[in-house]
Design a protein around this ligand. Structure first.
Ligand code: PLP
Length: 380
């Protein structure tokens, strides 16, 4: 089976597996003061340093969570609460549901920050909206903008947006879940105040993530209890998951050169699909994650393609994989102005640390065969 669904979950890296097994064997609480507890604390702090190093930050600014969703929820609800709701959330139209739904559920007004047809944030619209921002009437503007989109891979102009938002006295929450390990994430260059990360998109385990917080950025805890994670996220840490996250982040950080190879192989695959079958590639005119290709052929519905590709031995997903496994209308493609008739035919292929050039070649061959078979059936 060719696994081409890394944006859903990347296979566990061997480094992460080893670190997790070692952490599980400690069997002690990192908050305990005895020897085994101190050994567990050491594992926790090593992972914190590894994650911080992978994003060009410092360990004390990293708060471990149960994953990307919780990191985003903590940033959104925690900042809104700390500001007593005296703020407005400007949420990009292409955010993951973790951001969009938590923003909708926060105690603050929400506005949409629109994207261009290429899938990138419309900086002119943002600039216009913030030029005459009335802090008294609308409170602190908080932009919620991802670093790279999970469906199209389109990379967002976070640093440029952050400069505009900061000029207006605002804050920026950046979901870098899909970016980590695929493109360099450097919190200093990014300019965001909060950066959300997840282990399982990078070759770490599911159920571990982190929120990086700029020193001094307003945040109120959501989970109260034993005071772990600087009292910003109570609850005994998921030590093995976090150890795996640290090891995966470190391994990914050593591996960016390989991502250039993925981009090369991805581009060759897309060129073949375009020339033979005339597919539309979404986001192709702008910078994208090197591992992601989202494409459609009019009239060939996504769910049919996903099933046919599965039978042909290639695991892909349609648009954004959602927890129920059902195919939903892609809000990302809709925000880019893609008509529904084409959007419902979009599939996403995504690759990563274990992928080979052969995987891309075989994906293209399988897709072309599946599309051919369908065409023959239709004309028969
Ligand atoms: N943000 C983006 C862009 C994602 O792709 C995902 C996962 O699909 C998440 C957030 C949620 O991360 P997690 O699965 O770790 O909760």
């Amino acid at each position: 089976m060719i696994y081409a669904d890394y944006n859903a979950t990347a296979p566990l890296r061997p480094e992460a597996h080893t670190a997790m097994m070692a952490a599980l064997d400690i069997g002690a609480n990192p908050s305990s003061v005895h020897g085994p507890g101190r050994a567990a604390r050491k594992v926790l702090e090593t992972a914190r340093s590894q994650v911080a190093a992978a994003i060009g930050g410092i360990a004390q600014d990293v708060i471990f969570t149960s994953g990307g969703t919780e990191a985003i929820a903590l940033a959104i609800h925690g900042s809104v609460r700390k500001l007593d709701g005296d703020c407005t959330l400007l949420v990009s139209a292409i955010e993951h549901e973790a951001s969009a739904k938590n923003a909708g559920f926060a105690n603050a007004p929400v506005e949409t920050a629109y994207v261009n047809t290429n899938g990138q944030l419309d900086l002119d619209q943002l600039q216009q909206r913030l030029r005459n921002w009335d802090l008294t009437a609308s409170g602190t503007p908080i932009l919620v903008l991802m670093m790279a989109n999970n469906e199209t891979g389109v990379i967002q102009p976070v640093a440029e947006a952050a400069a505009i938002v900061h000029e207006a006295g605002g804050l920026v929450i950046c979901d870098a879940v899909q970016a980590l390990g695929k493109i360099q994430v450097n919190v200093s260059l990014l300019g965001a105040d909060y950066v959300a990360l997840s282990a399982h998109k990078t070759g770490g385990p599911q159920g571990a993530g982190a929120l990086w917080l700029r020193a001094g950025a307003p945040l109120m805890a959501g989970l109260l209890g034993g005071g772990q994670e600087r009292s910003l996220r109570s609850g005994t840490e998921n030590l093995s998951g976090i150890a795996g996250f640290g090891a995966a982040a470190e391994a990914a950080n050593r591996n960016y050169m390989f991502m250039d190879k993925l981009a090369e192989w991805r581009d060759a695959m897309e060129a073949e699909l375009k020339s033979v079958a005339g597919v539309t590639i979404f986001g192709e005119s702008v910078a994208r994650l090197p591992n992601t290709s989202n494409f459609a052929a009019e009239g060939f519905r996504a769910e049919t393609q996903v099933m046919a590709m599965d039978l042909a031995g290639v695991a892909v997903s349609s648009g954004s994989a959602c927890s129920s496994g059902k195919v939903k209308r892609s809000l990302v493609l809709a925000a880019m102005g893609v008509p529904d008739s084409l959007a419902e035919c979009a599939i996403r292929t995504s690759y990563g640390w274990k992928s080979s050039e052969e995987d891309f070649r075989r994906t293209a061959a399988a897709w072309l065969e599946v599309a051919d078979r369908r065409r023959m059936k239709e004309t028969a």
